[in-house]
Ligand binder design. Structure first.
Ligand code: SF4
Length: 184
């Protein structure tokens, strides 16, 4: 279970390099082995994420480290897990799916509020556990519950979270007050 929902995601934002900045790190011999006529042409393609650095066999180790750091995904991988069930988010290199592949499918979580009755929460737990749709050979399921601390009361919230654990799936704790979040 992800246990610190109110803390901001730890992100490390590294600015993408421009074609010219990348060019300065390349050998500048224009040998064409990468499949491009010049190092500059290759640099421009790298900046546009339309080429892979590994296509140039002559990049120095030092430059490789700098270029790999600059092309690292801007948002670190976030993993929510429970009982061997795992949902991952982040670690994408692009913001929009049409630019390139997204590697992690969005997690699907159902929200419950701690002000709902125990029976209602139990019902949601069961629905999340049992929901499955066959889609072209894939079994699509729900990934877990997001439990909102609508009451603002630590004891009520803790009880609701305890019930939500019944899904066996990851939980997202939505609690703006640190004391309430901690109880959850
Ligand atoms: S293989 Fe490397 S050195 Fe040769 S042209 Fe391409 S980028 Fe330049």
């Amino acid at each position: 279970m992800w246990q610190n929902p109110v803390a901001p995601f730890h992100t490390e934002v590294i600015m993408a390099l421009t074609g010219l900045q990348i060019y300065k790190l390349l050998p500048k011999t224009n040998c064409k082995e990468c499949g491009f006529p010049t190092c500059m042409a290759f640099a421009m393609k790298l900046a546009a994420k339309q080429a892979e650095l590994s296509a140039c066999p002559y990049v120095s180790e030092e430059a490789k480290i700098q270029l790999e750091e600059a092309s690292a995904p801007p948002i670190r991988l976030i993993t929510l897990s429970s009982d061997g069930y795992k949902v991952e988010a982040g670690n994408e290199t692009v913001l929009f799916r049409h630019e390139k592949t997204f590697y992690h499918k969005p997690g699907l979580f159902v929200r419950v509020r701690d002000t709902q009755s125990p029976e209602e929460i139990e019902q949601r737990v069961q629905q999340v556990r049992e929901y499955a749709v066959d889609y072209v050979g894939l079994s699509l399921t729900l990934d877990g519950l997001a439990v909102e601390a609508a009451s603002g009361n630590p004891a009520i919230y803790a009880a609701a979270v305890k019930r939500a654990l019944g899904t066996g799936r990851p939980l997202i704790l939505l609690a703006p007050e640190p004391g309430v979040a901690e109880a959850g």
